[in-house]
Design a protein around this ligand. Structure first.
Ligand code: SF4
Length: 138
């Protein structure tokens, strides 16, 4: 998993050099989902670290191909712009998983160096306003 963030509690954080990082080409992602469908799965979650590996067009293509397979799709790809969330929704994404570990802005920013509580809040509001069902993991 490739991530540009450095959350202190996370083993996948940017500064952890002991993790083998990888990313999949869009076609490979769709092919794996196709296999999952053949095994009988009805829903999939696409989760990644925060990164800019995939363009909006890549994401729209991946999402729409998965939706053509008839599966429910949850995304968990981190903080994005409203424009990106809109594109994901229009392409057919059903749900979005975006955690918020605390609503105390100071603690939040201490746990997530370089990230802003305000932006996290903005992301959650955008997702809500766009009608994306969002999931709060615990
Ligand atoms: S954004 Fe997610 S994957 Fe990246 S360091 Fe933070 S918790 Fe880990």
């Amino acid at each position: 998993m490739v991530c540009q963030q450095n959350c202190y509690y996370c083993g996948l954080r940017r500064d952890n050099a002991n993790v083998k990082r990888y990313w999949l080409k869009p076609d490979a992602i769709v092919e794996l989902v196709r296999k999952a469908q053949e095994y009988g799965y009805k829903t999939v979650v696409l989760q990644s670290g925060e990164n800019d590996v995939y363009t909006i067009t890549d994401m729209q293509c991946i999402i729409s191909k998965i939706k053509e397979l008839g599966l429910a799709l949850t995304l968990s790809v981190g903080e994005k712009t409203r424009l990106e969330y809109e594109a994901y929704k229009q392409a057919g994404a059903d749900r979005y998983l975006l955690r918020i570990e605390t609503t105390d802005a100071k603690i939040y920013e201490k746990l997530h160096p370089g990230m802003s509580f305000k932006n996290r809040h903005r992301c959650l509001i955008d997702l809500q306003e766009l009608g994306m069902r969002w999931v709060q993991a615990v």
